[in-house]
Design a protein around this ligand. Structure first.
Ligand SMILES: [Zn+2]
Length: 147
């Protein structure tokens, strides 16, 4: 079941599809700290202005905390004023999975790592050019690698 949105196929509802990287909860807990585990594996949201990357501007790449896949580059990061790291595009469209999220009485588009299914954040349509998109990402879901 899917819907096409801005030319991208969205998976409606959590399909629990088979990601390339599969781990048990115990394995994820051993790998991640408690905050990373809650955000990446249970779609929790860190408090704004609390994560380590909302005001981080070094040159490099941001990788998935779950599997290490490069997701965002520092030159696509911008200050959205929201207290979470924000990017106008991922390194390419294949690394991100978009899922319609109807929780909390809103309809939003959740973004996950397409390789391991870790929750990253949401994407909104109020971003800057050239894409007009704002990927609002939890610091706890990503890991920075300097250039
Ligand atoms: Zn991942």
């Amino acid at each position: 079941m899917g819907a096409v949105h801005r030319g991208v196929l969205l998976i409606v509802n959590d399909a629990k599809r088979g990601y390339t990287v599969q781990k048990t909860d115990a394995e994820w807990k051993a790998q991640l700290d408690p905050m990373q585990f809650e955000v990446a594996r249970h779609a929790a949201t860190e408090r704004p202005f609390s994560g380590k990357y909302w005001d981080h501007w070094n040159e490099g790449q941001y990788h998935c905390i779950g599997c290490g896949t490069p997701l965002f580059k520092s030159d696509t990061k911008f200050d959205a004023g929201c207290g979470w790291p924000s990017y106008f595009e991922p390194v390419n469209s294949e690394v991100i999975e978009r899922i319609v999220d109807k929780s909390h009485g809103m309809v939003r588009v959740e973004v996950r790592c397409n390789n391991c299914g870790s929750h990253l954040g949401h994407v909104f349509e109020d971003g800057p050019q050239p894409t007009g998109e704002r990927f609002c990402i939890n610091s706890a879901a990503i890991d920075f690698a300097p250039k």
